[in-house]
Design a protein around this ligand. Sequence first.
Ligand code: NAI
Length: 399
Amino acid sequence: MTRIVLFENIHPSAKEVFVASGFDEVVTYPGALTGTELREALRGAHVAGIRSRTQLDQAVFAEAVDLRVVGCFCIGTNQVDLEAAALKGIPVFNAPFSNTRSVAELVLGEAILLLRRIPEKNARVHEGYWDKTADGAYEARGKTLGIVGYGNIGSQVGILAESAGMRVLYHDIEAKLPLGNAHATSSLKKFLAQADVVTLHVPGGKDTANLIDAEAIAAMKPGAILINASRGTVVDIPALHRALKSGHLSGAAIDVFPVEPKSRDEALDSPLRGMQNVILTPHIGGSTQESQENIGREVAEKLKRFITSGTTKGTVNFPEISYHEQAGAARIIHIHQNVPGAMGALSNLMGEYGLNIVSQQLQTRGKIGYAITDVDGDVTDQVIEGLRAHPITIRCNLI
Ligand code: NAI
C-alpha cells in the first residue's frame, strides 16, 4: 500500500490523479506543519506533497525512512534540502510550467491598461473626477514589446502580444528559437531603446540582481512602460521610482518586490505605493484557479509515474530517466552511490539471485547513481533485502 500525504491545501486535482490510478491512501492537511507534527505526519508516508511553506530539511529526511519521493506543488524548491533528499535516494519534482499562461495573460493585460493610462483614470473616477481625455492613451497595436528573458513565460507573452498586433523583440543570454515573428536582439541597451513596453522574465539570483538599474532605465525610450512579474531583485526600485517621478517612464506594473510582506497583515514598504499609472500586485502573476488545478495535476502525474514506473524525467535534484515500457517480469529501481564498479556489483548480485537482466537504464548525477532494471526471474522479498544490504545501495524497491 502506498501512503500519500499532501500538505498545504493542495488542489483536489492532485488527489483525483492518485485515486484514478488506484492509490486510495491519500491523507490531506489544510496547512503546513513543522517540527514533531510534520515528522509524525510523514511517519509511514511514501509520497509527500508540499507547497512553499513546508520545510523539508536533512533532519526531516533522516526520520522519514519510508519516504520515496517529494512533490513541490509550486515552482520554487528552496524549501527543500535537495542535496539531502538526493543522498537519501528521494527525487523531488515541481511544476515549472503550470502557471506560465497565467503570468503571460496578466502581463499582456497590464501592458494594454498602462498604455491607456487606465490605472490612473480608474483612480480618478473613483475619486469623483471625470477627466475624459485621449492624452497619453495609446493602442497596443503597432507598439513594440521588449521581452527580457525569452523562456517559458517570456515566449508565451510574445505570442499573446503578437495576437494583439504588437511587434515583439526579445533579449536572452541564450540563443532561443523565435516564436511567431519575434526578433532577437543581442545588446540589452539597444533593445531597451526600441521598446514601448519592457517586460522582464528572467530568473532571480545574483546574475540578474539589478539587471534593470538606473543606467538601463535611462536607456529606455522616453514614455516607456516597465513590467516586472519575474523576481523582485531584478529591478532597482529607487531608480524606477525616480524615472516614474521625472516622467521618463510613463507607467509600470510590479508584481514582485525585493522584500515582500510575509503575511497579509504586513504592509508593503515601497516608494511606488500611491504613484500614478503604476499597478502593484501581491506576487499573484501565476496565481489563478487554472494554474492551481494544473499544478495539482502536473506534479501528481510526475509522482504517480515515479511510483509506478521509476521515471524521474523533470526531477530537480536526481538523475533523470525517461519513461520506457517494462520489458521483463519485474522492475527493480536501485539508487546507489556513484562509484566505480557500482553497476558491476548490482548486475553480479542480480545474477547470484538467478535474475536475468532484460533491460537496464542508468543515469548518474553528482554522488547518486540511479538504475532501472527490468528482469526475468523470481524477485522475492529476500532478493530486494539482499540488494538493499549491499554497501553501495542507498535505496532499492520493486515497482
Ligand atoms: P525560464 O527559465 O523558462 O526562462 C528564463 C529565461 O531567462 C531563460 O531563457 C534564460 O536564458 C533567460 N535569462 C537568464 N538570465 C538572463 C539575463 N541576464 N538576461 C536575459 N535573459 C536571461 O523561466 P520562466 O518559467 O519563464 O520564469 C521566468 C521568471 O518568472 C522567473 O523569475 C520566475 O521565478 C518568475 N515567475 C513569477 C511568477 C509570479 O507569480 N509573478 C510565477 C511564475 C514564474
